[in-house]
Design a protein around this ligand. Structure first.
Ligand code: NAP
Length: 309
């Protein structure tokens, strides 16, 4: 236990990310009060059942009253509507942040509603699983994972440091980025892999020459790893695609060109080109392990990352 960093934290949205934050805050004693709000009565009730906070309120606007730190953890397409609801009740001097997977769009949606005197600091923890909802969260999700902040030009340095100290207490490594740059980087490291996974699983599901039972039966030969990504929350990923459109389309164009190169190499039996690429990509995996962002286990370290599995 450490000393509380904030008197009152409001968590708007209590799914995988919000509930993981709540669990860490409780375990580490980072706040005296944790007020939780969720859109549906069902999720809010579940959060209460799991004892994730100290207060549970159905209205997001009510939840942020007197909060020193407000964390919005909802699908990115809903950020603007949430900001509009909570804005009138935000306390002067409070820090308002989010965890959305896209940043330029979230800023465009939320910033217009943020009252003077409230420190709006957009953020994105690069941690998660394919699960959603309050039961999916777990303490330690953010440990050794990056949390990227995309401060606005007038962001107060002290507020930024305070927010970073909070994420560091959760075990994160912190970094700053320009929002557009964030969206490009995430398009390649996260959004494109998910889109490719959704596509390949969709293609396999549509195939008439291979029966559905064969797809499932022989899935361990590579397909299985794609199905994990393709099982991610449809609302979240619909919103990411719609709200990082330009960067995703740019990366998809590049991806299609490279795929055509690979296709040609296979067609013309150019084994040296294939071998060169496959050697280069194996080095990328080694670098990720060396950087501590995965473990060198045959299951891609999933068991090590999510203690529930
Ligand atoms: P989640 O488990 O599906 O939880 C979503 C939360 O947002 C729930 O409390 C849900 O409320 C609420 N919500 C859904 N639609 C809403 C709407 N239209 N208006 C207001 N609230 C709404 O999602 P999550 O995985 O925690 O993701 C939350 C955010 O974190 C997203 O912006 C996502 O991009 C970002 N993120 C996710 C991951 C990941 O791996 N999952 C990683 C990093 C960042 P009800 O259940 O009450 O409807």
């Amino acid at each position: 236990m450490t000393d509380p960093q904030f008197n009152r934290i409001a968590l708007i949205g209590i799914g995988l990310i919000g509930s993981s934050i709540a669990r860490d805050v409780k375990e580490l004693g980072l706040a005296n009060d944790v007020v939780i709000s969720s859109r549906s009565a069902e999720t809010l009730k579940r959060a209460e059942g799991l004892q994730l906070g100290t207060h549970y309120v159905s209205s997001a606007a009510e939840a942020v009253k007197d909060a020193d730190l407000v964390i919005v953890s909802v699908p990115v397409g809903s950020s603007g509507a949430v900001a509009e609801q909570i804005a009138p009740n935000l306390k002067p001097g409070a820090i308002l942040t989010d965890v959305g997977s896209t940043k330029a769009s979230v800023i465009a949606q939320m910033a217009p509603f943020v009252p003077d005197g409230v420190h709006f600091i957009p953020g994105h923890p690069l941690a998660g699983t394919e699960k959603s909802g309050p039961d999916a969260g777990f303490a330690g999700l953010f440990r050794d994972r990056w949390c990227i902040f995309t401060p606005l030009p007038d962001t107060d340095a002290e507020a930024l440091e305070k927010l970073k100290a909070f994420w560091i207490a959760l075990g994160s490594r912190v970094d700053d980025m320009d929002p557009q740059h964030h969206d490009k980087v995430l398009a390649i490291v996260s959004h494109l892999p998910h889109i490719i996974a959704y596509n390949i699983v969709g293609t396999a599901d549509d195939l008439e020459t291979v029966t559905e039972s064969e797809v499932i039966k022989y899935s361990a030969s590579g397909f299985r790893d794609f199905t994990r990504l393709a099982a991610s929350d449809p609302t979240m990923w619909r919103d990411i695609c719609l709200h990082n459109k330009d960067a995703i389309l740019e990366m998809l164009a590049r991806f299609s060109e490279d795929l055509a190169y690979l296709q040609r190499a296979i067609r013309w039996g150019e084994g040296d080109k294939l071998f060169e690429l496959f050697t280069r990509t194996r080095d990328v995996r080694r670098s990720i392990i060396q950087a501590g962002q995965d473990v060198d286990a045959p299951d891609f370290g999933r068991h090590a990352l999510d203690p529930k599995k």
